[in-house]
Design a protein around this ligand. Structure first.
Ligand code: NDP
Ligand SMILES: O=C1O[C@H](COP(=O)(O)O)[C@@H](O)[C@H](O)[C@H]1O
Length: 500
């Protein structure tokens, strides 16, 4: 792959968690693999006063923590740090020190006027930063034959209305093709692989519809709690934090029609179409098809952990959901009446995420014990743990008679000769630098997703605490027996099965 052209990356929110834990380590990894532009500067900025060296030191410490001191090459870290700078700056204070610093660094490093801005800041500051960029001397890079792009972190609004307001303020300064709305799930190798698995293999794609598929499960289960993000999580909950963005995008990849080409706009047209075809739940449909729950105290991996209500910055009577299960339909020709079950939650037994395609059973059952009366065939696309793909089918048990046992054919990414899997942020940062927006969310898709989420949030607001289930931290989630027609996937289903 070609390295991106020479440019500057300006990261707003440089003193924050995302920059330290995800962005800088990903940029370091790209540097170590010589995938960054030859002439390249990373300028971090936030309001916190810090010198270049203080910023570099904080990044060095984080790299050592994440990768282990022995796994870092001193020379490589030093050469990376030579690309890193910091400028304290408040976008609301009227001055343009940031713009001047960027211009100076471009000149000093003989970098053309090409800039990516990364907004790793809270949504409340995004409008002020965008407005600043519109009035800064930086805005002139385009007049001088350069380009600029802006990457915007989630959450993109808290409902359709706020998403539109944010989008309009971005469009006052940037063109749609310069706006990159990031969804880090799309940067995951296994998620991208859904496209290849589906569209490079006739055996799957020809069966990928209502005639052969009974139902689909999409899940992202976590053992982590809300960490120190109580304030944010109280306004988000599992539905806005995970479903509105990541799981809707994943659903769109699983359900989209085959694109005519692999061009970004063609792929994004197809994913947007899926989200526009979602059946919108209203009123009592919501009570039937959307389940919410909240964790109580418990034990996760041998550690006692508090319940959600005891977490910092959480209201004592909060009804914020930390778990949500949804039954979703895509009202189009391909998926008519095929349920998609979506599950996500915090403080569960393990971290597991993936997609399970449940194929229909054979029309006539010939064999004894044929997969306990259900279908023998599932395709499991595992994102975490053990990234890979497993196909399950029935085979004859050795010995007399014709007894069926379900077995699995398992592909593990770890088994590849070159088993380096780029992190999601590595891939997405590189794409933004190269001007490839395929794995970034387009505004119409985002709006379609909010159109589905908003009525559920409104219903919950109108019925505080109604039907809120609870589950113990460290469990598999709330007990849905009798509440839900299909029970959520449990860890054992993803494992290969051995002969009885
Ligand atoms: N952390 C994570 O794992 C993930 C985070 N995100 C998203 O990324 C964004 C940042 O998250 P995170 O790093 O965790 O948040 P933090 O609170 O850790 O950091 C926020 C950063 O934004 C800066 N900031 C805050 N207010 C302003 C302002 N008015 N003007 C300029 N800069 C400001 C802060 O610096 P200062 O106060 O010095 O200005 C700080 O550098 C959020 O939108 C979050 O939802 C998305 C996915 C994962
Ligand atoms: O965006 C978010 O994603 C993480 C889960 O991401 P993963 O890559 O670790 O699966 C989630 O923990 C967080 O709450 C959410 O904001």
């Amino acid at each position: 792959m070609n390295r991106p052209e020479d440019q500057v990356l300006v990261i707003f929110g440089a003193s924050g968690d995302l920059t330290k834990r995800m962005l800088m380590p990903s940029l370091y990894e790209l540097h170590a693999r010589q995938m960054l532009p030859e002439r390249f500067v990373i300028l971090g900025t936030s309001r916190t006063p810090m010198s270049d060296d203080e910023f570099r030191l904080s990044i060095r410490v984080m790299l050592q923590e994440l990768k282990g001191e022995n796994n870092l090459k001193g020379e490589e870290v030093d050469s990376f740090m030579r690309k890193v700078y910091y400028q304290p700056f408040d976008p609301e204070n009227g001055a343009d020190e940031l713009g001047e610093r960027v211009m100076f660094l471009m000149e000093e490093n003989a970098i053309p006027m090409k800039v990516v801005y990364y907004l790793a800041t809270p949504p409340t500051s995004q409008q002020a930063i965008t407005k600043y960029l519109g009035r800064s001397c930086l805005f002139r890079v385009k007049e001088k034959g350069g380009w600029h792009r802006i990457v915007v972190e989630k959450p993109f609004g808290i409902n359709l209305e706020t998403a539109r307001t944010l989008n309009n303020s971005l469009l006052e300064v940037f063109r749609e093709n310069e706006i990159y709305r990031i969804d880090h799930f799309l940067g995951k190798e296994t998620v991208q692989n859904i496209l290849v698995l589906r569209f490079a293999n006739q055996i799957f794609e020809s069966m990928w519809n209502r005639n052969y598929i009974d139902y689909v499960e999409i899940y992202a289960l976590e053992s982590l709690g809300i960490e120190k993000r109580g304030k944010y999580y109280e306004t988000a909950g599992a539905l806005r934090d995970m479903v509105q963005n990541h799981l809707m995008q994943l659903l769109a990849f699983v359900a989209m029609e085959s694109p005519a080409t692999m061009e970004p706009e063609v792929i994004r047209d197809e994913t947007a179409k899926v989200l526009r075809s979602l059946r919108l739940w209203t009123g009592e449909d919501i009570a039937r098809n959307v389940i919410r729950a909240q964790y109580e105290g418990g034990e996760v991996k041998g550690q006692t952990v508090p319940g959600y209500l005891q977490e910092k910055d959480v209201a004592l009577d909060s009804d914020t959901e930390t778990y949500v299960a949804l039954k979703v339909f895509i009202d189009n020709w391909r998926w008519s009446n095929v349920p998609f079950y979506i599950y996500t939650g915090k403080r569960l037994k393990d971290k597991r995420s993936g997609v399970v395609i449940h194929f229909k059973s054979t029309p006539h059952k010939l064999f004894e014990g044929q997969c306990q009366g259900t279908s023998c065939n599932q395709l499991i696309i595992r994102m975490t743990p053990d990234e890979g793909v497993m196909l399950k089918f029935g085979l004859k048990m050795p010995g007399g008679g014709f007894k069926v046992q379900q077995v699995g054919m398992d592909f593990l990414y770890a088994s590849l000769c070159n088993n380096y899997l780029p992190g999601a942020y590595e891939r997405l940062l590189l794409d933004a630098m190269q001007g490839d927006s395929m794995l970034y969310t387009r505004n119409d898709a985002l709006e379609a997703s909010w159109r589905f989420i908003d009525p559920i949030e409104s219903y919950w607001r109108e019925h505080p605490g109604k039907d809120l289930l609870c589950y113990a931290a460290g469990s598999e989630g709330p007990d849905l027996t009798g509440v839900w027609d299909v029970l959520p996937p449990v860890s054992k289903e993803e494992k290969n099965v051995c002969w009885l």
